[in-house]
Design a protein around this ligand. Sequence first.
Ligand code: SAH
Ligand code: SF4
Length: 360
Amino acid sequence: MERSSILSYTKEELSKKIEPAFRVKQIYNWIYCQYANSYDEMKNLPKIIRTDLENNYVLNPLKLLKKESSSDGSIKYLFILNDGYTIETVLLPMKKELIKNGEIIRHTRYTVCISSQVGCKIGCSFCLTAKEGFKRNLTTGEIIAQVLEIKKDNSIAKNRRVNIVFMGMGEPLDNLESVVKAVKIFSDPDGLGISTRRQTISTSGLSKQIEKLGKMELGVLLAISLHAVDDELREKLMPINKAYNIKSIINAVKAFPIDARKRVMFEYLVMKNINDDIKNAKKLVKLLHGIKVKVNLIYFNPYNGSKFKRPSCDSVIAFQKYLLDHGVLCTIRESKGLDISAACGQLKEKTKKELENDNS
Ligand code: SAH
Ligand code: SF4
């Protein structure tokens, strides 16, 4: 039988398999705080438990295949899974380090952008991940391992603040069970200790699943990939809109429990001559009326063969100004990692081409 990853299990689940129960806390500490790379390193566990773990659970379900660093500090990782599929994860540093008297006095905060599926079923016309179709859901362990491996690789200490965004490859709400379990394991104070309030789930708008997630009251943040303000255009860009239209998404968002100090994020991918003029900004303001939101404008990042184009800076700034002038909080996503094929699916596509060239 194939061994599952130990990272897929909550403490409660492991306690049912490993006795006495206090050993589970020690195992969590070795894995998530001391970044152990083998069960043998877990010296305070009796040999019999270490052997049992070795026989039953894979410690790390990912292998690093490729890594690209950008001049702005972001690092894109390509991991290979046990069955040969590959996924991308990106590390984004949040704050620049301050240097005083030649010494670094402030550290960077990190955001890790993780994948939830191999490929994606949703089929958005602008998205490179969609082009490869859907292969499979990631297991909870494969989701957890992305953050763990990146923390290890960058020697990010256990108590350093890390935010998580489910904005890599795949639609997280289409893999709800594994994603929710990962959210809970991420937030375990004996493990990575990443509060659910520092975890954001981004969705193309599966209204029913948004409602389901909301009822779980996990405290996670929600991001909606809206990208269009009327159903006609949104259906063309995102076929999922035929099943869940804009109104259903807005209703689901209104019912979603949000911490009083937080907001729902609406992502708006700006594409030249598609959705970048002020008429769209006007409609967006109307649509979001009465909801505590923050809009994040994202420059479309073109790739080889994409039919959409990057918008002009002027149009994006004018769009933002309109929203701000009408009381809607709005940021523009920095084009982090533009030189390292930043948008999801792009490193993977590039590596595939390089491998093809190597083999030819
Ligand atoms: N499936 C989820 C989460 C992953 S996609 C969702 O759609 O929300 C994460 C974000 O990357 C989405 O907002 C998506 O619109 C954006 N994205 C996809 N292709 C892009 C591209 N070429 N340039 C910039 N952003 C892109
Ligand atoms: Fe899937 Fe998100 Fe890409 Fe749409 S944008 S195809 S939902 S990953």
